[in-house]
Design a protein around this ligand. Structure first.
Ligand code: SF4
Ligand code: SF4
Length: 323
């Protein structure tokens, strides 16, 4: 893997805020357009092809095949050995809630009730029972991944340069440079990056850096049968996502919203963003993530001011001392 390039003077100290050209700011004068993921959870069927493809392509070790007992989730969350994680969130909601799309109450149509009515002459489908008091289940399925943040705290705090920004605008760990100090782990506002127990080094999604370099799309996006995971230039993906949300809203799925696509948010926007059908917390995502190094410059300024004040006080006390 290439070494991290020198940062340019213009953006060298920018730790937060919008950053329209993240690769050039990181020192790549001829960077291609920034790429990323738009994960549309409204069409995810939970097949886990993405998880499997990621493990296969990247030789990520097996990390337990037991079900959690709470759902069909068997990997629980992102970790050193799970770079894609498909969440299965089971929700109980009033029948007929929403008006279409996955989990939207099927446009108010209850297939189970209709099937029961077929066997019961007293309950004709022409006169469906009132929905009051009834509930139905829905699954929210979502394939989570490293967000490849515009301002990546993991990269900011790494003392060895093991984490670097690629020419594609993504964030990658160089395993042969990582010394296992683990500073990056608490720095990530999403809890993505993780140390492997066996050797202490950190691991996470590379956005298939090796495949991108060969002109291929990432393995997970390639494997997804429903195009829930869409890969491409970030600007195009943002346009596509906005159009998809508008279409869902028109169809009555008013709960559809985007998460992580806004360059004005606390991490300057994510390289991997999502269309969700509920609040981010429901999917285990922080509602308002902020790059943890945002206040670093101010903290150093305060520390320097405090040190200078102490030095002045010490000098004054020494000068006033009777001889
Ligand atoms: S981009 Fe590559 S490394 Fe990242 S989750 Fe997808 S398959 Fe895994
Ligand atoms: S994101 Fe695609 S590949 Fe992954 S579980 Fe959903 S439908 Fe399957």
């Amino acid at each position: 893997m290439p070494q991290r390039p020198q940062t340019t003077a213009n953006h060298a100290n920018q730790l937060y805020g919008p950053q329209p050209d993240v690769a050039r700011a990181a020192g790549y004068p001829d960077a291609p357009p920034r790429v990323g993921f738009f994960t549309d959870t409204s069409v995810c069927i939970g097949c886990k092809a993405c998880e499997v493809a990621c493990k296969e392509w990247n030789s990520v070790p097996e990390d337990g095949l037991e079900l959690t007992g709470m759902s069909y989730d068997n990997t629980r969350g992102l970790g050193a050995d799970t770079w894609r994680h498909v969440a299965f969130i089971e929700q109980q909601r009033p029948a007929g809630h929403g008006a279409g799309g996955q989990g939207g109450g099927h446009g108010g149509f209850d297939a189970f009730e209709a099937a029961r009515a077929l066997d019961d002459p007293a309950r004709s489908p022409a006169a469906p029972p009132a929905p009051e008091g009834r509930t139905e289940l829905r699954w929210l399925m979502s394939s989570d991944v490293c967000k490849h943040c515009t301002h990546a705290a993991c990269l900011d705090v790494c003392p060895t340069g093991a984490l670097f920004r690629t020419e594609f605008g993504t964030v990658v760990v160089q395993q042969d440079v990582c010394n296992g100090c683990g500073y990056c782990v608490p720095a990530c506002p999403y809890g993505v990056i993780d140390q492997r127990k066996e050797d202490g080094r950190v691991w996470k999604c590379t956005l298939c850096y090796d495949r991108l370099g060969a002109g291929m799309e990432p393995a997970c996006a390639k494997a997804c049968p429903t195009d829930s995971i869409q890969f491409g230039p970030l600007d195009e993906l943002r346009e596509r996502a906005a159009a998809r949300v508008a279409r869902l809203h028109t169809a009555g799925v008013t709960e559809a919203r985007l998460y992580g696509e806004d360059p004005e948010d606390g991490v300057g926007g994510d390289g991997a963003f999502f269309l969700l059908l509920d609040e981010p917390e429901v999917y285990g995502l922080p509602p308002d993530p902020v790059v943890t190094t945002r206040d670093l410059a101010a903290m150093w300024r305060h520390a320097a001011t405090a040190a200078a004040s102490l030095a002045l006080l010490g000098a004054a006390a020494f000068a006033r001392r009777p001889r």
